[in-house]
Design a protein. Structure first.
Length: 471
């Protein structure tokens, strides 16, 4: 029996897909790349915002045609969309044979076996998934880097967000469980671990009654073979000094902070039920920059939140200008049913939201370009990810889409002579920029690259032959 899987949404969802892939492999299922050839088609969906839901439903409907023109016997929908609309969707989408919730997916082989015998199944449970046991994974990422989920759920109550309703309350894994998984990944050749969670900086509060992310990072850094540790999704009021100290003194912890702030105007943040204001955030970022010189800071902002005035938006723009984040993901507010924000007065018209989005996007593009330009002439340590397909031929093709803003970069072609794609410690895989590398390099290893060119998102450079890789 074979299957095809499509994983949509965030890295946390990808980890769940990797667990399903491993479970299926150990139960005799083989994965095929062609959906048309698959006996079972699985779509692991996202339901974060309207665009993600639409993409999920379109993907399911598109793949459903293989029940007519392909081999498909079972169409299976898992993930956040399935969980969130478990009462409605099974009635509305009869082409789907199996619905599985976010706490039941590890049982997928057993669920499929029963469904293949003719049972119509909807697998949901009130019992939250136990990530404490190490759930074996088949990595969908290149073998030199992997995501590592250290907690699940979220205790915050941001008014625009549906995630806690889908994924439940915050719960950390124990350090032992995480370390065991990390050792296994390192033994398989993983050099970079990207730690993920809905609220990473709260790690340990439930398990150890203290914030323990700094300590966890230090212990992970002792694992032989792990060279880079990267954290995603810090929450501004749960950052503590031990994290800043660990990042400052430990070279294996990437000088990289991903901290979604969502806005800078205090009244908008309060309307979002989020803490802080631009003064608080500016002070926090200043502490990181003082302790960790050259740290790259990424954030996300939502524009067009209910009640956001032109003055609030201008406040956000001037905060962006002053703070000069290395990277910013700008999103227009998406009115999500079942969230308190959907009922707030002062909903901003779509046209105004888009106008604000474009202005914030353009501002950040200019800042990002300036930050990148300041790196021209330097020699940087780069992790080589992959060869550019056909790079021995004259270059062609566009660079990938800008994942954060949903806007194609459009104009950037692979630079002439570039043969590999790589990243500095300032670039998270699949999210941030790329270094286009010319010269000889080996994917999955580090090399030293002299930077010769800069674009808003990407750098261009050549391998410094004979140079030992910088550490
Ligand atoms: S902290 Fe993040 S996941 Fe938690 S409620 Fe807020 S936006 Fe949602």
């Amino acid at each position: 029996m074979n299957y095809h899987i499509v994983s949509l949404g965030c890295p946390k969802n990808l980890v769940d897909s990797e667990i399903m892939m491993n479970r299926l492999a150990t139960h005799g299922y083989s994965r095929v790349r062609e959906a048309r050839a698959a006996d079972v088609i699985i779509v692991n969906t996202c339901a974060f915002i309207r665009a993600a839901k639409e993409e999920s439903i379109d993907t399911v409907l598109e793949l459903a045609r293989h029940k007519e023109d392909g081999e498909c016997k079972l169409l299976v929908v898992t993930g956040c969309l399935s969980q969130r609309y478990r009462a409605e969707l099974p009635k509305e989408m009869p082409e789907v044979d199996v619905w599985i919730g976010t706490d039941e997916f590890p049982r997928i082989p057993e669920i499929l076996n029963r469904s293949l015998k003719g049972e119509q199944l909807q697998a949901f449970t009130e019992q939250r998934i136990d990530y404490e046991q190490v759930l074996e994974r088949t990595l969908a990422t290149p073998k030199h880097w992997a995501y590592l989920k250290i907690s699940e759920g979220c205790n915050h109550t941001c008014k625009f967000c549906i995630i806690p309703a889908i994924r439940g309350k915050f719960r950390s894994r124990s350090m032992e469980s995480i370390l065991e998984e990390a050792r296994g990944l390192a033994a398989c050749g993983v050099k970079e671990l990207v730690l993920i969670a809905q609220d990473i900086t709260d790690y340990g509060r439930d398990h150890y009654r203290r914030r323990a992310l700094g300590e966890l990072l230090e212990r992970l850094s002792e694992i032989e073979g792990i060279e880079w540790l990267r954290i995603m999704y810090a929450y501004p009021t749960s950052v503590d000094q031990s994290l800043i100290d660990a990042m400052a003194r430990n070279p294996k912890i990437c000088k990289y902070l991903d901290i979604p702030l969502q806005h800078a105007a205090g009244n908008v943040l309060r309307a979002m039920s989020r803490p802080g204001d631009s003064a608080f955030y500016g002070e926090l970022i200043g502490r990181f920059r003082a302790a960790v010189p050259e740290i790259a800071i990424r954030t996300t902002f939502i524009v067009g939140y209910p009640g956001e005035t032109q003055a609030d938006f201008e406040h956000l723009m001037s905060f962006m200008e002053q703070t000069r984040f290395d990277r910013v993901g700008v999103f227009t507010y998406s009115r999500e049913e079942d969230t308190p924000a959907a009922l707030l007065p002062g909903q901003v018209p779509d046209r105004e939201k888009k106008k604000r989005f474009r202005a914030a996007y353009r501002l950040q593009q200019k800042i990002s370009h300036e930050v990148n330009a300041s790196r021209v002439g330097r020699e940087l340590r780069v992790l080589v990810d992959e060869p550019i397909p056909g790079s021995e031929q004259p270059p062609s093709g566009l660079a990938g889409p800008d994942a954060e803003a949903g806007i194609g970069r459009g104009v950037l072609k692979f630079p002439i002579g570039a043969r590999y794609l790589g990243r500095t410690e300032w670039d998270a895989p699949e999210i941030d920029g790329t270094v286009f590398i010319s010269g000889e390099a080996t994917p999955g290893t580090f090399c030293t690259v002299r930077i010769t060119g800069a674009h808003p998102y990407d750098l261009v450079g050549g391998v410094v032959t004979g140079a030992p890789a910088l550490s």
